[in-house]
Each structure stands twice: as structure tokens, then as C-alpha cells.
Design a protein around this ligand. Structure first.
Ligand code: PPS
Length: 572
């Protein structure tokens, strides 16, 4: 291994001096301004503070083409990831070549100005193929590219006015130059970076410590807190976990700093990008694991990249990046010796018990409140994870009844609410069709547009209730499949969603005609009446379908209770 030592001189930033910034800020208020997306703010922060050195702004068209096609800027410098400023066609139409624009955060604070030198419509399918390996929406960055990013890219140099503001973990965030100064101060000549987007368990602690020992270096835990893979443990929880693990290293060997990077999950190219970023932060080594920055399965159920593609591409470029790869050891727990060992180095594999808990198994144990052994993780980490992910029987959830007017939704929903309140433990809110139309949607009628708006509002309130550990019971007609699916997606980020079809037939609803509305609808006195003069799309695969003809209300509500028990949502 080459003996890399860091040159810890400051690297260039894009900020102007404090005095100039005050002046520029006033002038910039007059410019056409762009409100950046969360991902663009992450990119801008690393552009300005030198994390993306040598970039001086968002990529020009020529640089973009070079990066996409062969991982190089127009001047030949290695750069694997398109850092582009995507905007809408409408916004792009307002901008002329050479124009300065102001870049603002989501509250409207001006962070930077940019001189627009390039404006073009990228070939997104080609970008997806070349950068992410496939034009497949199962890849989170490809999905972002096609479904969230604007159609037009703007390129040009950036002038930094101020850093994006963070209110959380301020003391744990460092710019590249702050970390360089810190390493200088401590006399750290060699530093191994560990990139991560997951909580650390004992195996990670062992492998990072081992990597640092092998490289005779200090260790920097360098977790990403900008944007990671959708569905990851939130960074607030992760940072509390990292803080607990930090205490487990010998003091003075290891430090931690948070990196406000927006990951792309681009596997091999992402690994190279991570290397350049760590080099900029003053590190000399970086740990690259199996399937580094992997995006999960593609739409055919296969991996996007080979498990060691990232290591191969990194190794090919490490001299040029100026950082040395430390490959990840697959650490396993050997029960007989009560310690972690690299799997490759165990010679008596046949005679010892090797223990491991996969990510999927860990999530299952958390969801069901089962034991997580001390050999696997630290009690402090497990307790943080349990607070964020309580067992399903303590999480919030939503029961969403759908069915025709007069099908019995409200009656069953009321019975269910009372039964759940009798059991206790979680607060229950009933969002009945009529209650909602009175309190949340009083201005809405029954057009498709208004019904959708009504259902999305119900979904929003139910998702907030679910997020905060309560039970939301909804009982609107909700006639459209796509809208019900959208509500399901809103809620499933936070807890379970049960769709219950109250399958009373139109004939029966009309025969009962509890409110006399069907009669009026038949006479044409009520327009757009569901089932008569407006559609109702029956759910194809609801969690439960209840028949109400010849079944009493109590029994219908009881069926829902049994379903909740079988899903582990209420303790049996
Ligand atoms: S929707 O489609 O989900 O937004 O409808 P919802 O909010 O559940 O409101 C349905 C209740 O409004 C009364 N009502 C009508 N229903 C359907 N179509 C038309 N045109 C209509 N006009 C008024 C009706 O009483 C519904 O109550 P329920 O409890 O479903 O019988």
C-alpha cells in the first residue's frame, strides 16, 4: 500500500468575503431568483465549501457531456457525477445567456448567485443509462431524474454568499477546511473515512477500527445526513446512534463529522465521487464495502451493479483521486470465541458457530418487538432504534373505509372506534365523510377534482395522526382507485394502512336509502351522485372486504379488529 499522507492546506471555496457577501446579498435581491429544491441545496453547499472541488459551479453542457460519457470534465479532470441545476421550461425561458440569477433556500434566503453560461435540454434517458447503468425507474436517482427534476439544465459558475442554515447537530457539521484544520491541529497525518447511511452496529465498529489499525491511521466516521435512500432510518435517529458508538472507540483515535451530501445511490460512480469528496475533506483513505452505495433491486428484481463493481472502479482511479481504498472486511461473530473476525481469516469455519443478523431480520425484530442480542449491536443503539421504530402494536395506523353512500361505512367506523377506545393505548380519531365535509372541505362539491381534493386532505390528516402514533379511522366514499393509492402511499411512510371495502351493493344501498338521497338522485335533483350518475371504482385488493347484508354492525367491526390483530397492530 502506498504511504499516502494528507496535504492539509486549505482548499478553495466559492464564498466571497464577509463584507462582499453583505453587499452582494443586497444586489442579488434584484436578480431573477430560483428557489432550490432540497437536493439542489445539498449540492450547492458542497460546491461552495469545496466538498466538490474542483467544480466551480453547476456543470456546463460541455462538462456535463464529458461527465456522462466518460466521467471526465471537458479539461480531462476525473469527475463521475453530473452536478446539474435542473429547472422548469418556464423558468428557463426567462433566462438569457450570461445572466446572473440568485439561488435561494426554501425559506427565500439568498445563498449564492450564479452566472448562467449554459442552458440546454439534457437527454435524460442517456444520462440514466450512462451514469446509473439503466434507464429504470426502480433506481431512486433515475426516478428523480424523470419524475422530479426539471426539463432544462442551467450551468455556470457560482458565487457563494452564505452557507445553508442547519439547526440540527450544528457542532457536528464541518466544512472540508474545518476538518482539515482539525486534523492539522490534532496532528492526524493519515485518516480513514467511513461513509455510511445506516446505523452502526458492532460489526461496523469492529471493521472500521480494524481498517484504521491496518492503515495505521485515525478514523473519521463520516455519515451522510443530506439525502439518502428513501426508506432509510432518519438522520436524527442515526446521529444519536453514532454518538453512542463513538464512545466505543479508544479515545483520541476516532472522530465523527456529518456530511450534507445528497446521495444518488450510483454504486461504482458514487464510490469514486465519495472518494473525491473525502479527499477534499482531508482524508487519505476510504473504506469501500460490498455493494457500496447500492440502490437495491431493479424492476426485474436483479441488482443494478455487481457486488464488487464499486471496489473495482475505485481501485482503477484511486491514484488519480489521491485517496487509498481500504476494502471492507466481511466481519462475522464467532460464538465460541465471543468476538468478531473477518470471515476470510477464519480457518476453523467448520468447527465454530458463525452468527449474523441481516438487515431484513433486524427490521422484523424491531417491528415485532423481539430480542436483539448484545453481540449484534450496542444496547444504546438498539434503544434509539426502538424509540423511532416501536413494535407494530405501538405504532400508529390508518383504517380507511370505502364504499357507496349509505353502505354502512360510518356506522361500522363508529363501532370500530368505540371498540378501539375500549382497548385503550392509542388515541383514536374518526374522519367520517360528513364530519370532514363540514370541518375540512366545506367549500368542496362532488366533481372528480373536488372529491380527490377531499380525499387527499383526509389522507394528509390521517398520515399526521399515524406518524404521531395514533389511530385514524376514515370513512369517505373515495370512489377513485388512484386517489386511494396515493393516500396509501402518504400513510405507509409512517405506519400501516388498511383499506376496507364496505361492499354493500347499489341495490341494497338504494333500497335502504337512509338519507333519502338516492330518490333525489334518481329524480335528477342531486347531480353527480355516486353509483347513480357518478362512478365508483371498487377496490380490487383491499386488506378486508365486509359484506353488510345479513351481518350485524358489531360483527363487521369485529372482523376489522381480527384483521388488525392478525397484522400485529393490536396486541392479541
Ligand atoms: S367523496 O367522494 O369521498 O369525496 O364523498 P364523501 O366526502 O364521502 O361525501 C359523501 C357524502 O356526501 C353526501 N352526498 C353525496 N355523495 C355522493 N355523491 C353526491 N353527489 C353527493 N351529494 C351529497 C352523502 O350523504 C355522502 O354520505 P355517506 O355517508 O357516504 O352516505
Amino acid at each position: 500500500s502506498t504511504l499516502m499522507q494528507s496535504n492539509l492546506a486549505p482548499i478553495p471555496e466559492l464564498y466571497v468575503s464577509y463584507d462582499s457577501a453583505q453587499k452582494l446579498k443586497v444586489e442579488a435581491a434584484e436578480l431573477t431568483s430560483l428557489d432550490l429544491t432540497p437536493r439542489q441545496i445539498c449540492d450547492l453547499e458542497l460546491l461552495m465549501n469545496g466538498g466538490f472541488n474542483p467544480l466551480k459551479g453547476f456543470l456546463s453542457e460541455e462538462d456535463y457531456n464529458g461527465v456522462v460519457e466518460n466521467m471526465r470534465l471537458a479539461d480531462g479532470t476525473l469527475w463521475p457525477m453530473p452536478i446539474t441545476l435542473d429547472v422548469s421550461e418556464d423558468f428557463a425561458a426567462k433566462i438569457e445567456d450570461g445572466q446572473d440569477i440568485a439561488l435561494r433556500d426554501q425559506e427565500g434566503v439568498i445563498l449564492a448567485t450564479m452566472t448562467v453560461t449554459d442552458k440546454w435540454e439534457p437527454n435524460k434517458a442517456n444520462e440514466a443509462e450512462k451514469v446509473f447503468g439503466a434507464d429504470d425507474l426502480a433506481h431512486p436517482a433515475v426516478n428523480y431524474l424523470h419524475n422530479q427534476a426539471g426539463k432544462i439544465y442551467l450551468g455556470g459558475p457560482v458565487t457563494g454568499i452564505q452557507q445553508p442554515v442547519h439547526y440540527d447537530f450544528r457542532a457536528r457539521r464541518d466544512t472540508p477546511n474545518e476538518l482539515r484544520a482539525y486534523f492539522r491541529k490534532l496532528g492526524w497525518r493519515k485518516v480513514v473515512a467511513f461513509q455510511t447511511r445506516n446505523p452502526l452496529h458492532r460489526a461496523h465498529q469492529e471493521l472500521t477500527f480494524r481498517a484504521a489499525k491496518e492503515a495505521q491511521a485515525n478514523l473519521l466516521i463520516h455519515p451522510v445526513v443530506g439525502m439518502t435512500k428513501p426508506g432509510d432510518v432518519d438522520h436524527f435517529t442515526r446521529v444519536r446512534c453514532y454518538e453512542a458508538v463513538l464512545d466505543k472507540y479508544p479515545s483520541a483515535t476516532t472522530s465523527m463529522s456529518l456530511l450534507n451530501l445528497a446521495m444518488r445511490m450510483a454504486g461504482p460512480r458514487e464510490a469514486v465521487w465519495h472518494g473525491i469528496i473525502r479527499k477534499n475533506h482531508g482524508c487519505t483513505h476510504m473504506i469501500v464495502g460490498r455493494d457500496h452505495a447500492g440502490p437495491g433491486k431493479n424492476s426485474a428484481g436483479e441488482d443494478f451493479y455487481g457486488p464488487y463493481d464499486a471496489q473495482d472502479l475505485f481501485r482503477e482511479h484511486q491514484a488519480e483521486i489521491g485517496i487509498e481504498m481500504v476494502d471492507f472486511k466481511h466481519m462475522v461473530y464467532v460464538q465460541e470465541r465471543a468476538q468478531y473476525e473477518p470471515f476470510d481469516e477464519i480457518e476453523d469455519r467448520e468447527n465454530v458457530t458463525i452468527l449474523n443478523i441481516s438487515g431484513t431480520e433486524l427490521r422484523r425484530r424491531l417491528a415485532e418487538g423481539l430480542e436483539i442480542p448484545e453481540w449484534f449491536s450496542f444496547p444504546e443503539v438498539v434503544s434509539e432504534l426502538r424509540k423511532t421504530k416501536p413494535p407494530r402494536s405501538k405504532q400508529g395506523f390508518t383504517v380507511f373505509f370505502t364504499g357507496l353512500s349509505g353502505s354502512g361505512k360510518s356506522t361500522i367506523a363508529n363501532a370500530l372506534m368505540v371498540k378501539l377506545m375500549e382497548m385503550g393505548g392509542r388515541p383514536v380519531t374518526l374522519l367520517d365523510g360528513d364530519i370532514v365535509r363540514k370541518n375540512l372541505s366545506s367549500e368542496l362539491g362532488f366533481s372528480k377534482e373536488h372529491r380527490d381534493l377531499n380525499i387527499r386532505r383526509i389522507g394528509y390528516v390521517a398520515s399526521e395522526i399515524t406518524k404521531n402514533g395514533g389511530i385514524a379511522i376514515c370513512a369517505p366514499i373515495a370512489p377513485y382507485t388512484a386517489t386511494r393509492r396515493a393516500v396509501r402511499e402518504d400513510i405507509e411512510q409512517f405506519g400501516a394502512f388498511l383499506e376496507i371495502h364496505v361492499a354493500t351493493s347499489l341495490e341494497e344501498c338504494e333500497r335502504r336509502d337512509r338519507k333519502g338521497l338516492y330518490k333525489l338522485a334518481r329524480e335528477g335533483k342531486i347531480k353527480e351522485f355516486t353509483g347513480i350518475s357518478d362512478p365508483y371504482e371498487e377496490p380490487k385488493t383491499p386488506e378486508l372486504r365486509v359484506e353488510t347484508e345479513n351481518v350485524d354492525v358489531d360483527n363487521c367491526a369485529h372482523q376489522v379488529i381480527l384483521k388488525l390483530e392478525s397484522m400485529g397492530l393490536i396486541a392479541g
